[in-house]
Design a protein around this ligand. Sequence first.
Ligand code: FAD
Ligand code: 2HG
Ligand code: ZN
Length: 493
Amino acid sequence: MRPTGSDSTPVSADPGILAGLAELLGPGRLLSGSAAEPFLVDHRQLYHGRCLAVVQPRAAEEVARLLGFCNEHRLGVVPQGGNTGYCGGATPDESGTQIVVSLARLNRIRQVDPLNYSLIAEAGCILADVQRAADQAERFFPLSLGSEGSCQIGGNLSTNAGGVNVLRYGMMRELVLGLEVALADGRLLTSLASLRKDNTGYDVKSLFLGAEGTLGIITAASLKLFPRIRSSATAFAAIAEPRAAVQLLALLREASGDRISSFELVPRIAIELTTRHIPGVRDPLDAPHPWYVLCELTSSRAADPLDPMLTECLGGALQDGLVLDAALARSERERATFWKLRETIPEAQRLDGASLKHDISVPIVAIPEFIERAGAWVRDNVPDGRLVAYGHLGDGNLHFNLNQAPGAARASFLARSETVKRAIHDLVRDFAGSISAEHGIGRLKVGELERYTQPAELDLMRALKRTLDPNGILNPGKVLRPDADSIRERPTE
Ligand code: FAD
Ligand code: 2HG
Ligand code: ZN
């Protein structure tokens, strides 16, 4: 479903409401008309919403007051960070009655504490700025995504973002020590003590991580830092099939003393797409191969012999026939070129035509069989599509995407999206996997979450939502369906 209509004119621009909001936030912090337009379309352009206004608070207390006001007036509130999300979670619906809360102006780094290995950042800080602040303090903040130049910490926390260092450091959830959150009733929950241990009752902060703005608005977070990376070794290795990648990962973990931080699977077609569409990307190897892995070892010790470690391990794998060819990055520049190839796959996919995307995970060991079975289904059933399956193999997370084949008609290819999604997601369920590994649910996958989540878990999610947001003002229609009737309409499993 692709809603239309991008007119941002408020449907019921109640002057009392707008005046109340303006009074609450002060002059110049309310956008409407054309100034609101950029906030009404999601990154993938799947949704075009409307809104009553876009508001730009500057302080956590303002966000809390704003929510109190919206709760009183039963106004839907849509938090928006960098708007790079993949599931339409930050886009208002088409009613024109919702308020978009842009967190961009809450962008102070409040504290960097190198000895405590922690940093407190406001929700609107750009991820790359947080990485830089850590680096300047001789520390490392490991979350790393292709969108890190524009996504925000609040969005990362609210989607529980993953990226390319999860294998070593975990997802965003695992990088959090404390949170500050504005609640639907207008209170500010402050828990930024940066503690490593705290077992005082339930872990309330964890509720807001990955909640996509449906349970509260995150205004700041205390984040874990790590020793700064002082040496790395990066290789681009060709393999015959994904099974070899799983074996190589196990070997590398052992041989490197678990210094492996990234292990990405790349198919041949991704090389073709990126070299065709992205300037500066080239194939690191001389001859084409069916599959590749991009792997990286890192260490906080400058003298760690990572290059010899990686060379020796890949050399052995070459001898055993597990690896077909490999290139080791000989400079920082070459390392950046390898990563550019990997990180621009989504952009190359976009430039090549329409795509159908599935952000799935299965146990790492099951990835080869999943690719075999789902790939066979695609070959047999989607003649006008080409499989572009890549991603974070080290985390069992694949972007099992399809691109419109050359010469295929865009509309008829896109018309297959429901059938393709059903087949792939049903197979994911058969593998005891997840239909939402790192990109979240947003609006796009509300039905999928209902379909594949066990009833007891879904009931708990709904109970949490009712408790934390009894009037349903927080990001309505995202993650969970807003109307109570849908509870009865839940599809039978
Ligand atoms: P937005 O898109 O603005 O919002 C996302 C959701 O969070 C929405 O539901 C929104 O309402 C909510 N939200 C935002 N801020 C707050 C807040 N302060 N409080 C409460 N709710 C809030 N994702 C990955 O996980 N791994 C990847 O490797 C990855 N690579 C990407 C590469 C590219 C090129 C692009 C475009 C995207 C990629 N993403 C990836 C997806 C996306 O960047 C992440 O989901 C990111 O965490 C979203 O952050 P954002 O600030 O843009 O959030
Ligand atoms: C990545 O890993 C992102 O590059 C985006 O998560 C994946 O576009 C996609 O499907
Ligand atoms: Zn990803």
